[in-house]
Design a protein around this ligand. Structure first.
Ligand code: IMP
Length: 180
């Protein structure tokens, strides 16, 4: 499928599922090496990270735990998105190695908010693993951003967990919006 229609928009293929899986395998190898002898907690940021989290976890050979946090952002004022937690962080993060798992880092506001909350619990370490990263869109630098699947242009994308208006999360490939 090279194009899909979702609601009022047309999208075209950007990253095929085969390539996503290959990239995830490589990130998994890296994580297994970096966290050898430790037991990190992977914390997925819902909703968008659910497929990435599932496929990434299948690559892990080291002992690890899994949790999720859910946030919603209200971007009335685009430059200062207000973030609200609707499913809170686990409360046992002190002295633990945390890996935050995101579908996409766009402005960075969501991550900044979550990272501040995580740090309040005095973890041993915190790193971020994101499938997609839009370097041109970042507004708050995230120094913890260590594992990146793909850098993509500043365009709206759907599929593999990412939605447009709630739709498209079930697509196995990733698509970008075709400019109107
Ligand atoms: P940030 O706070 O601007 O970094 O936004 C991160 C969140 O916005 C992601 O977790 C996604 O839920 C959503 N988002 C950002 N860009 C896109 C996109 O291109 N497609 C779908 N969702 C997106």
């Amino acid at each position: 499928m090279n194009t899909v229609d979702i609601a009022d928009k047309k999208f075209e293929l950007l990253i095929e599922n085969d390539n996503i899986n290959k990239r995830i395998r490589l990130i998994g190898i890296q994580l297994n090496v970096d966290y050898e002898g430790r037991c990190p907690i992977f914390i997925g940021v819902l909703n968008g990270s659910f497929l990435f989290m599932a496929d990434l976890l299948k690559e892990m050979d080291i002992p690890c735990e899994v949790a999720f946090v859910r946030v919603s952002s209200y971007k009335g004022t685009a430059s200062s998105g207000t973030i609200k937690e609707t499913l809170g962080l686990p409360e046992n993060l002190a002295n633990r190695d945390i890996i935050l798992v995101e579908d996409i880092v766009d402005t960075g506001f969501t991550l900044k908010h979550i990272l501040e909350k995580v740090q309040l619990q005095n973890p041993a370490s915190v790193r971020v693993c994101t499938l997609l990263y839009k370097p041109e869109a970042i507004q708050v630098p995230v120094k913890e951003l260590e594992y990146i699947g793909f850098e993509i242009p500043n365009e709206f994308v759907v599929g593999y967990g990412l939605d447009y208006d709630g739709l498209g999360r079930n697509l196995t490939d990733i698509y970008r919006a075709v400019p109107e």
